[in-house]
Design a protein around this ligand. Structure first.
Ligand SMILES: NC(=O)c1ccc[n+]([C@@H]2O[C@H](COP(=O)([O-])OP(=O)(O)OC[C@H]3O[C@@H](n4cnc5c(N)ncnc54)[C@H](O)[C@@H]3O)[C@@H](O)[C@H]2O)c1
Length: 259
């Protein structure tokens, strides 16, 4: 229970990895502000957090929008009486042949995966400084933030960008006692991968499930990653055992990409 008394905000918390992070940090003792576009699912996760004995509050925001992120953090602070941990988890995938990527597609994926993380880091760091306290900022990168993947060109670029933002922010905010790190999952069986697999099948002619299986077969530990595997590492990044770590984006992928 290393997070007792802490307040954590998790974006993209309505499902998948974000939901698991919210539940894990709640199990660690934190109260949780859930932020997502999907209100109905957030309310369900809020009930799950409460059933673990923690407080939960829900705020609908689009992470692409700077004002909405600032508003989400103000909401968390007001409702839960504090703000200690920011998890910029919300993200979208996009499968497209490199030669066919459009400006609209790049705008959309950078809007969520890059601007969303930039505003999230910025808003959290400003809030920690205004509150004159330490804080932890943790963002979702990916194996695709360490290696570019075919048909995932814009997605890979957006996840490389998360590492750049993490390093720059870590160096700027260290003096204020703020650490900034990222997590880089591999192949996690969430709705995101169902959509990736389906779109890859459309482009390559593979059968449904085939692309996912191909990626999973490359994992040294021999199984797909669960959202809980990711949440366990985020728990470490959010807790006191990672106090001496900043500017890092470690791979947590079962042995798939080696750096
Ligand atoms: N699933 C994987 O294999 C995998 C691997 C590496 C990294 N990641 C990253 O982990 C994060 C979570 O992935 P997931 O698999 O749980 O995805 P998911 O699609 O299952 O869930 C994403 C959540 O984010 C929310 N969201 C999307 N756009 C948003 C926006 N603009 N504003 C607010 N909320 C928004 C969605 O409503 C959804 O609840 C993403 O950043 C993703 O890129 C996932």
């Amino acid at each position: 229970m290393s997070l007792i008394g802490k307040i954590a905000l998790v974006t993209g918390a309505a499902q998948g990895i974000g939901r698991s992070i919210a539940l894990r940090l709640a199990s660690d003792g934190a109260d949780i502000a859930l932020v997502d576009l999907n209100e109905d699912r957030m309310f369900t996760v809020a009930e799950e957090v409460k059933s673990l004995g923690r407080r939960a509050t829900v705020f609908r925001a689009n992470v692409m929008n700077r004002e909405e992120i600032f508003a989400a953090i103000n909401h968390a602070e007001k409702e839960l009486k504090g703000f200690d941990i920011m998890i910029n988890n919300a993200g979208i995938a996009q499968v497209q042949e490199f030669a066919k990527i459009t400006p609209e597609e790049v705008e959309k994926i950078f809007g969520v995966n890059v601007y969303g993380v930039l505003w999230g880091i910025q808003a959290a760091a400003i809030k920690f400084q205004n509150r004159k306290q330490n804080g932890k900022i943790i963002s979702a990168s990916s194996i695709a933030g360490h290696e570019g993947y075919p048909l995932l060109g814009a997605y890979s670029a957006s996840k490389f960008a998360v590492r750049a933002l993490t390093q720059a922010a870590a160096k700027e905010f260290a003096v204020h006692g703020i650490t900034v790190n990222a997590y880089c999952p591999g192949v996690v069986g969430t709705d995101m991968w169902v959509a990736i697999d389906k779109r890859m099948a459309e482009i390559t002619g593979a059968k449904i499930g085939e692309t996912y299986d191909k990626y999973v077969n490359g994992i040294a530990l021999g199984r797909a990653q669960t959202p809980e595997d990711v949440a366990a590492f985020v728990s470490f990044l959010a807790g006191p055992d990672s106090d001496y770590m900043t500017g890092q984006a470690p791979l947590i992928d079962g042995g798939l990409v080696y750096r």
